[in-house]
Ligand binder design. Structure first.
Ligand code: HEC
Ligand code: HEC
Length: 383
């Protein structure tokens, strides 16, 4: 006879969470899917809240009180599982009960750290403006570490389910779809007719586990890394004196006058003091004399200050400001400690290539340089 074990809400929760997790993983790279990705985060958090409530309201197999067992039972279960003789439980076994709670906490932490990142770094979402950029940045580090941990936990979870199938000879993955399991007698009756595992089924198990582990590793290393679609990419946000953020408006005079001898160095790449120094010293500009009409020079100066590194919300600006701290106004981006640290591993030979010409030719390797974009996945070092 079959017993009804997993109620419909528990099963729906399980498979919808799998779907949302997969969707969040696939949309995790690049800003193009960021909105979709964050929506999935809110949904996942909603699922966790639901599951916690269902842990009090669900049937006896879904309730926390039904599957969170004391230390003695956990230890006893783990010991027998280690001897490859785990007892059979209709619901969650004592070890996996706590794993369920751990996974719920993990998904919640991933979602919350994601929302903090979104609020702090992008100034968007329900916590926009609540967290500083630095808090957002730290939350992002936690978010990616937790997401990688989650992939590892998923692999262990799938392997454990396969082991369970193998050791106890019942298809628990199928019962997460159907909701039913055999009762004690039917199960004991069926298993008593089965001989020892044949070599073939041992091999099958090993292949399945290897596939699960390799799949997990592939997920970790082959994160989808779509390149940015520059045509649709906006300029970064800059914050004005009143603290209002808006998309930077490109100044035509700047493009006209400062993007002839070299690529237009993005205003977000130097602090205001440095731009003042550059603009004051144009008559001896790195060995060249740049002559500008006074009005044009003033307009460009104002533009550069309106979007200088202090005012920009990009990762590069924040990090280079942090690295500058007490240094006097530097007029070369390539002298900023953050720039040097990021490029110290690149061979001097690379910068001399005809396709690169110089360190200052950012756009050769960063196609989004004039949009103030230096994302890792867009970097291309030309031959
Ligand atoms: C007449 C040519 C010329 C014009 C016009 C010009 N520059 Fe330059 N600029 C140079 C040269 C040459 C360098 C040094 C490049 C190198 O060392 O590879 C330089 C370097 C720079 C650097 C330092 C880059 C680094 O290595 O970090 C900045 C910043 C800069 N220019 C800003 C400006 C701005 C702003 C304008 C417009 C007002 C401008 N430049 C217009 C010739 C020019
Ligand atoms: C020869 C190619 C090359 C040139 C030229 C170059 N870069 Fe880079 N840049 C790189 C590479 C490669 C990295 C990645 C380094 C790493 O993360 O290990 C990088 C990283 C960066 C980063 C950090 C990106 C991140 O998110 O980690 C910034 C910002 C940056 N470059 C700005 C500039 C600017 C500004 C210029 C011009 C003044 C410039 N780069 C010139 C190759 C180049």
């Amino acid at each position: 006879m079959k017993v009804h074990v997993w109620d419909i809400p528990t099963r729906l929760f399980h498979w919808l969470l799998v779907t949302v997790f997969a969707g969040a993983f696939l949309s995790s790279h690049g800003d193009r899917f960021l909105e979709f990705h964050t929506s999935l985060g809110y949904i996942a958090l909603g699922f966790v809240v639901f599951r916690v409530l269902w842990g009090f309201a669900g049937n006896r197999f879904a309730r926390f009180s039904g599957f969170l067992k004391g230390w003695q039972s956990v230890r006893g279960y783990v010991a027998s599982a280690a001897r490859l003789h785990p007892p059979r439980f209709l619901g969650h076994n004592p070890a996996v009960g706590w794993v369920v709670l751990f996974m719920l906490a993990m998904v919640a932490s991933i979602a919350i750290s994601g929302i903090v990142t979104y609020g702090g770094e992008e100034n968007r979402g329900v916590w926009a403006g609540v967290f500083s950029f630095d808090a957002g940045y730290n939350a992002r580090v936690a978010h990616t570490l937790l997401a990688d941990l989650a992939i590892a936990v998923v692999v262990v979870h799938v392997c454990a389910a396969l082991f369970h199938d193998f050791l106890l000879r019942e298809n628990i993955i199928l019962s997460m779809f159907t909701g039913t399991k055999e009762d004690e007698d039917t199960y004991a009756e069926r298993v008593s007719h089965m001989g020892p595992h044949e070599v073939r089924s041992v091999l099958r198990l090993i292949v399945l586990v290897v596939v699960a582990v390799m799949g997990g590793l592939a997920l970790l290393y082959l994160r989808p890394a779509g390149r940015t679609d520059f045509i649709h990419m906006p300029q970064p946000n800059v914050v004005d004196d009143k603290g209002f953020a808006s998309v930077m408006k490109v100044n035509a005079a700047w493009m006209e006058e400062c993007a002839g001898c070299h690529n237009a160095f993005h205003p977000t790449l130097l602090p205001a003091g440095s731009w003042k120094k550059v603009m004051m010293g144009l008559n001896d500009h790195f060995g060249e004399a740049v002559t500008l009409d006074a009005a044009v020079s003033e307009e460009i100066g104002r533009f550069l200050l309106s979007a200088s590194a202090e005012r920009s919300t990009t990762e590069a600006s924040r990090k280079l400001m942090r690295s500058l701290r007490d240094l006097p106004a530097i007029d070369r981006i390539t002298d900023v400690p953050y720039w040097k640290a990021k490029h110290e591993d690149i061979d001097a030979e690379v910068f001399k290539r005809k396709s690169v010409i110089s360190r200052s030719n950012c756009i050769a390797c960063h196609p989004g340089a004039e949009l103030g974009s230096f994302e890792d996945h867009d970097i291309m070092i030309p031959e």
